[in-house]
Each structure stands twice: as C-alpha cells, then as structure tokens.
Design a protein around this ligand. Structure first.
Ligand SMILES: Cc1ncc(COP(=O)(O)O)c(C=O)c1O
Length: 912
C-alpha cells in the first residue's frame, strides 16, 4: 500500500484505498483460509481504518453503509462484504450513485442489474437529474444526524430539477476540509450547534486547512461567531458555493458580520422546505445558461429561411448529392442552430440586450469581473480590442517583449510608444521566464525622472506564460500603482482561465487581485501604511525604491483587464474567449471607446455555437470547475512524480522544477520543487502566497536533451509520428506537456509508458552502438545541453523612432508602416552583408517582426536595432521556422536613406 505521504491528493488516496479494499476483500472471500490470509486480514483492517477517517466527508456510500460493511467483515460475512465493496467501488468509479440508489445486498442488487451504468445511453445520462451534496455543519449525535438527514430528503419533490444528499460534519475546520475535499458539495447549511476544531488526524486532510489560509485566528472566536466565520472562510476558497446560515442570534447581531458566500440567513427556524427551495434555487442560478437555452429553443422552432445563410437548418446539405457526409458527421442539431437571427429569443453579440447579455453577466459573476465580454475570434482579438479601447496614439505602454504577437500588432494599430520589458532568460533551456518586478519599476522610475509618467498608460503582461511562470499579480499591481496611481493593467490570461477555480491558483488571477485591491485600498490600514511609507521614503533614491515593497496610495485607481482564451483551458469551442473588466473608471471613461474597439474587431456574423459554448463552459466551471481543476493538478502532479522518480526515465529526461525555471531571488519561500523523493509533496499554498514567481504545476516541461534529440525532433518525429502524442511547445532541448481539465490518470499513465519505451529503445541502441556512434551521440547531447546561445535582450529602438535618448519607448507604428514601401527596405544575409555591416559599426535596423519558432517570441520588431548578440543568437538557432525571415533574401532591414529621411523629418517636426 502506498503511504499517505506519497499522495498529492486525498481524492486519489480515497479512490486507491477503495480499490485496494475491493481487491483484498475479494481475494479473502474467495479463499478465507489460504496461506497469507492473516496478513490480508490485517491489511483489510488498515484499509478500513484509513477509510473511516475519509468517508465522513462524503455522502456515498455514507457512514451508515460503511459501518455496516465493516461489521460484515468483523463478523466474518466475507462474501457479503466483498460484494458490497465491489458495488461501492463500481458506483464510485462510474458515478452511478449520482443517478440512482445503489443496493449493496446481493438479492436487491441482482434485480436492479439491468440498470447497469454501462448500458445507459448518453441521452439517458443527459436526462437524469444532476446530483450534488449539501454539507450540513452541526455537532450532533448519531440520532440527531439521522433526523436532520431525514428532514432534508423528505423535502424532495418530483418536479425538483436536481437531487442532493446531505453530509454532516461537526466543526468549522471540518467544513473547510469538506469543501476542499468533496467536490460534490454545492451548498452548505451552517447550523448553530457547530464546534470549532476537527478531530481528524489525517495529515493529508489537515493540509487542506493551510489552503484555506490557515484559518488563523479562529481559536479566539466565541462560539456564536463560528457560523458567520464558516461562511466567510469558505468564501475565500470556494466563492462559487452557496451557504445558508441558521442562527439563533438576532438580526442586528448578524448584520455587522462579513457573511461571505451566505445567500440567506434563517433566524432560528427549522423550515426545511424553505431551505430546500433555496438550495435548489441557488444551484439553478449557476446551472442556467441563457444563450445556450435560447439557441436550443430556437432550433426547435419551424422557420422559413430567407436570409443569406444556406447552411442554416441544414438546407443546403440535406438537398445535396455531394456533401451528405458532412451532414452525417455533424448531425442535424448544429445546422438547426446555425442562424444569423438576432430576434426570436436570440440576441446580438454586438448590441446585446437579451440572453447574450445575461450570459455575459453570469460569466462576469463566475470570473469575478465587473463586466465580461464574449469574443468569437480568440484572445488575439480580445487583446487588440482592449489596447485600442484604452491606448491613445502616443501613449506609453510597457509590454513584455515575449508576449503573444497580437499585442505587438495591437501596439502598431494603436500607435503606442512601446517600452519593451525584458524577461529573465533561462539560457540553459533556451526559453524566457517572466519580467521581474524590479525591471518594471525601473522603467517606470526612469519615465518618471524624464517627466513622462503622465503619458504612461498601460502595463501589459502575460500570466501565466506559455511555460507556466506565474506572476504575483496583486503585488505587481500594487507596487506599480505606488509609482503611477492610475496605471491600467492588461493581463493576458490566455492560458489561465481555469485558475479561478482552484483556490491556490485563484490568488494569482487578475480579477481576484482587482477585487482584493478594491477592498484593501478603501481600508484605514492601507491609508496608514501608505502614509508611513511616504514619510519614510520622502528622500529615497531609486535603488531604495526598487528594493522596497511599495504600498499603493488609497487614492490609486483599480483599472484591470484580463483576456482569456476560454477555449484553451476550459470547455468552449475554438476561438471562444472572454474579456474581463474590473476598472473603476470603465463606466465614466472607457465604455464608449471600448464599444468602438469591440466593433472594430468583431465580426458582424459571430458564430452562435461559440457563444453557446462559452455560456455552457461558464456553467461547468461554476458547478464543477473546482473538481476539474483539482483533478488536472492531481494528474500533473502524478506525472511529475512518475517521470522524476522512474529510474530509467531519469537517465534521459528531467522534469523541470520551480527551482530550474525560477531563479532563487524570485523564490522567497525557498521551495525548489513540488515533489522530491525524500521529502514527498510540498504544499504549494505557501509559495503561491509569497513568491515573486511560481510555477504552474499543470504545465510540465521536460528536458529531453539527454535523448540526443532536440525539442522539435522529439515532438514531431518521436511523440507525434510514432506514438500519436500531440504537444504544442518545444524549446531547443525541452518539450512542454500540458495537462488540461480533461486529462485523466490513464492518459498520464499512457504518456509514462511511452516515455519508458523511448528510454528503453535508447538503452538498446547504446548497447549495440559502435564507439563512433556513441561519440556522435555524446556530442549531440553536449550541443543540446551545454552549447546554447545566450538569449538576447531587447536591444533598443533606433533613434529615428524615439522621441529622445533618455527613456526607452519607441514608435513601432511608424517603423511598421515605413516598411510598407519596398524602397525603404533592403535585405542583408546573416553571415555576409549583415555581419560585415555590424562589424563596420553600421546601425542596422529591422524592418519586420522576426519570430523564430521555437522559442516563438520576436527577437526583432520593426524599428529595432540589430545587435551582435541578436545576430549570434539567430546564427546559433538551428530551427527551421523563423517567421518574418526570408532565407533566400536575408534579413529585411531599413535602408540608411529611409532612416536619414525620417531623422530629418523628425528634426523638422521638432523645429515646428
Ligand atoms: C499568451 C497568449 N495570448 C494570446 C494568444 C492568442 O489566443 P487565441 O488563440 O485565443 O487567439 C495566445 C495563443 O497562443 C497566447 O499564447
């Protein structure tokens, strides 16, 4: 039996304990007197003991059934116990307990076997009532517990849209453990009799308390505050849940409390029907999908199509002789739902007033924004919309240089003066990390010293980065606001939509930071802290400011935007994205320009299927986002553990840890890795709370240099061609395995099998290799692991595109359009003309974006001076794909004449 310490997740521990119990009881029941049965019995007792601590947090099979099972075993009814355990494990795996009662006695079970889950059609499954569990927090005895449960289940009515089962736990701490462990819980009923401390001793469960922020300070509470405190603490970790507080205190007493997620307070009542109806209504408000439902209803209506959309209702397909296969493949519904109608119950994405508006409002609630806008053409478009809405021509924008290309094009379109920020390089793996806060503050201070702070409009960062580096969002915002109190932030969360639904991850999302800051900036403590710091730092020099953790002033404005590719990490059709806004000045200053920008970039024929999928994706995350994200993290953690502890895999592969991808100075917690063979799991909560950067564990970067293949070859020729495994990203010597909310333990197991097979084949190859072959392999590995060109920093914009030489901002738009005229451009080949030009001291300026893939970020942008480091990097890169570069012609650069003309024009403009 794996020890508890080896488990990252209590959910996996539970599943494994149940299947071990099933196996052991099965073996014993088949042959109770076999040799070794004494050991087996002992093991079964251990498993029962382990499950006794876990099961009180779950409704199925429930403690009554569990105790009965144990009694059957204790009394030697082995067959009955084995049978019941088999049924329980099967129901837990298939989820059958969600749909029907599971009889555990053989006689009853046999008569119901025709209802076997495997035989259930997808339609029947879809039509069964969704199931959830309701947590009741009350320190009651067994008899009272039975009474409570019976009262709750007695309220069921045939017309109820959902079905639920109650789970009873005694204390505030148990409630916190339960909501973080049992993902079936959707509602919590907090009763006056609850106690404070959990009696559980299981470390893996106690770990959940750290995740709830340690629940510090609760010891000092008086018992009548336990109830309100439970609602408040749960709100911090599971804000999407509903709580109902039953109290015997007066209305006035309760009114002063922060009740977190409490939807309703019942004053000393036992009105179970009212409670039941409220619980159902609460879940219904998350379940409803206004646009999806409207689209389904629309598709059922008979309509005549007299508009330009022959595919609508499948008409052009059903009558076709040649494209019937398309109809057969997609089925009729997708075409019945294809329409351009904006009435008849539907709505217009460009001017939403009906179900799209309502769906966006629900998404806003789910993601913690003030306004949310759907986009049907990806985050590439969302980024351009936000930038255009907020940036005026000439505004200064700070941008991380290795951000997605949509931002660079956005800067061109908006006419921004761009200050590119350098991320810390990871030369060893040929990839970038993220932008250190020091670098951001340094640029802001330089702009301040030059008297340009009033023109600085926006900071734009990618969180998390493609490789999974995650910023300390709240800290970055706060420290920047301390220098520039009205700065606007655009966080590109293309890869981070899921983060809101994991309590640890949520802390580092833009919307969470925005909401925290809004609260915090209003508090008297913040005002005091700011005044104190102001007094202390009155004459501070830049170095002191850079070293100090700055406090934002109370008058700072919270102006935060996030763009998310919902389709990348949650359920949505491709291109389904969202813009989340949390800007105190949106209504007064931005709404109109946002609308214009939205119109600029949004198609007038948005795809309804995408919008509907965003609506349903939102429903999913509000009801099971927590479960799915938890499973995803679990899968990623098992993958990390499996690769890093497998003796054969260690020879050729290395899973990069936080320690490998984040330099020590950015890891204040000192946490190097989330798992180590000798220390087991590190609780990531602490580093996620503190460190400047953390690693998103769901993105597993594996160094493959030891195999002798570069990242791209490993991806295409080995993983893809031989094993059908798809991945997105590689660097020169790494590949990135991304897990997602659909990743299962078995898909992880398959990947591990494949890696083991690859490692074995490499071992075989080496066994038979000649001396020459071995030498050549070693050389290849060395070149991949050691001979890596250092990643170049952003050099600078050429003076022709800069206002002065004091600060770094450059006019990327002028450079971009200057290159439209071929006469302004020339081509220099890298090893000949370009090298000679640089050696002779000529300033060579790029006329295009040059984006080698990998690593996939621009090493040159229009108007940027080509440095020797950049040339060296380009020459050392042995990648096939360099976007913007024409190997037959060379690097596209501006002619000296074009630059000189621009310089003269600049001088003339300045003279005017
Ligand atoms: C950081 C980042 N932002 C934006 C995008 C563009 O998103 P979409 O594919 O939804 O247009 C990507 C795409 O990979 C990305 O990596």
């Amino acid at each position: 039996m794996q020890s508890v310490n080896e488990y990252y997740s209590a959910v996996q521990l539970r599943t494994d304990r149940w299947s071990s119990l099933r196996e052991s009881l099965g073996t014993l029941a088949r042959n109770p007197d076999a040799r070794g049965s004494v050991g087996l019995r002992k093991r079964i007792v251990q498993l029962f003991d382990a499950l006794t601590v876990i099961e009180p947090y779950w409704a199925f099979p429930g403690m009554a059934a569990f105790d009965m099972l144990r009694r059957q075993f204790d009394h030697g009814h082995l067959e009955a116990a084995a049978f019941a355990t088999h049924r329980i494990t099967r129901a837990l795996t298939s989820g059958a307990y969600r749909r029907r009662h599971i009889p555990l006695e053989r006689d009853l079970a046999d008569s119901e076997d025709h209802e076997d889950e495997a035989l259930l059609s997808p339609e029947a499954r879809a039509l069964s009532k969704p199931y959830f569990e309701v947590l009741i927090v009350d320190d009651v005895n067994e008899q009272q517990e039975r009474w409570l449960k019976a009262n709750m289940t007695r309220m069921r009515r045939p017309e109820d849209p959902f079905i639920y089962e109650p789970v009873v736990v005694p204390s505030v701490e148990d409630a916190l453990i339960a909501v973080l462990f049992n993902h079936n819980i959707q509602a919590i009923v907090v009763r006056p009799g609850l106690s404070l401390k959990s009696r559980t001793e299981l470390a893996i469960l106690k770990r959940y308390l750290n995740r709830a922020g340690g629940a510090e300070g609760i010891e000092t509470l008086s018992p009548e505050d336990y109830g309100p405190e439970t609602c408040r603490l749960i709100a911090r970790v599971r804000p999407e849940l509903d709580a109902y507080l039953i109290t015997d205190r007066s209305v006035e007493d309760i009114a002063g409390h922060d009740l977190g997620i409490c939807r309703r307070v019942f004053y000393n009542q036992e009105d179970f029907l009212e409670l039941h109806l409220n619980i159902l209504r609460g879940v219904q408000s998350r379940y409803k999908t206004p646009f999806f439902t409207a689209l389904v209803n629309y598709s059922k209506q008979p309509t005549g199509v007299f508009h330009a959309m022959p595919i609508s209702r499948g008409k052009s397909i059903t009558r076709s002789h040649w494209i019937q296969d398309m109809g057969a493949f997609y089925g009729p519904n997708i075409f019945l739902a294809e329409t351009s109608a904006t009435s008849g119950g539907l709505d217009s994405l460009l001017e939403p007033h009906g179900p799209i508006k309502e769906s966006q409002e629900l998404a806003s609630r789910a993601f913690g924004s003030r306004q949310t806008f759907f986009a049907t053409n990806g985050t590439s478009t969302c980024n351009k919309i936000v930038v255009q809405a907020l940036v005026h021509p000439g505004d200064i924008v700070l941008v991380d240089r290795d951000c997605h290309k949509s931002h660079h094009y956005g800067m061109v379109l908006a006419g921004a003066q761009v200050v590119y920020l350098d991320s810390y390089p990871l030369n060893e793996y040929s990839m970038y990390g993220a932008v250190p806060l020091r670098e951001i503050k340094h640029q802001l201070l330089a702009l301040k010293a030059a008297g340009k702070l009033d023109r600085v409009r926006m900071l734009l960062l990618t969180n998390c980065t493609f490789d999974g580096i995650v910023y300390n969002v709240e800290r970055v915002i706060e420290e920047c606001l301390a220098i520039k109190p009205d700065l606007i932030f655009l966080w590109d969360e293309a890869w981070f939509a899921f983060a809101r639904f994991g309590p640890t991850y949520r802390q580092r999302t833009a919307m969470n930071a925005a909401n925290n800051l809004r609260e915090r900036l209003k508090s008297p403590e913040q005002a005091k802290a700011w005044e104190k710091q102001q007094a202390k730092m009155k004459d501070a020099d830049d170095e002191t400011i850079l070293k100090t953790r700055l406090v934002a002033p109370p008058h700072a404005r919270v102006r935060i935007y996030a763009t998310q590719s919902t389709h990348k990490t949650l359920t949505a059709l491709r291109q389904g994205s969202m813009i989340h806004v949390n800007d105190q000045d949106f209504k007064g200053q931005v709404e109109q320009s946002f609308h214009e920008a939205y119109m600029t970039h949004t198609s007038t024929s948005p795809n309804y299927q995408i919008i509907a999928s965003l609506d349903v994706g939102r429903r999913q995350v509000e009801l099971e986002g927590f479960e799915f994200v938890q499973r995803q993290v679990e899968a990623a953690m098992s993958m990390r553990r499996a690769i890093s502890t497998h003796p054969l895999l260690q020879k050729y592969f290395k899973v990069l840890t936080a320690g490998d991808m984040i330099p020590t100075e950015f890891r204040e917690s000192g946490v190097e890795s989330y798992y180590s063979a000798d220390q087991g799991w590190t609780d990531i909560w602490e580093c996620w709370e503190k460190d400047e950067f953390v690693l998103d564990a769901t993105r597993v970067t594996v160094a493959v240099g030891g195999t002798g293949w570069d990242g791209d070859t490993f991806k295409t020729q080995i993983l893809m061609d031989k094993y059908g495994i798809q991945i997105n990203k590689t660097s020169r010597n790494t590949v990135l395995f991304m897990t997602n909310i659909g990743t299962t333990r078995s898909s992880v197991a398959y990947l591990i099998e494949v890696l083991v097979e690859i490692a074995r084949s490499l071992d075989d190859l080496h066994d038979d290799a000649s001396k020459m072959e071995r030498l050549s392999f070693e050389r290849r590995v060395k070149s991949l692991v050691e001979d890596l060109p250092p990643l170049p920093d952003f050099s600078r914009f050429h003076d022709a595109f800069r206002a002065d030489q004091v600060t770094a901002e450059g006019d990327i738009r002028s450079a971009f359009f200057l290159a439209y005229d071929e006469d302004n451009c020339d081509y220099l080949d890298l090893t000949g003309a370009l090298r000679t030009a640089l050696e002779s001291g000529r300033e060579v300026v790029s006329a295009s974006f040059i984006i080698p893939y990998p690593p996939g970020f621009p090493i040159l942008v229009p108007g940027q001076v080509v440095s020797r480091e950049i040339l060296a990097f380009m020459l050392a890169l042995d990648v096939n794909e360099i976007h913007g570069y024409r190997p037959d012609l060379g690097l596209r650069v501006f002619t000296d004449e074009a630059l000189a003309r621009l310089d003269r024009k600049g001088l003339a403009d300045a003279a005017e």
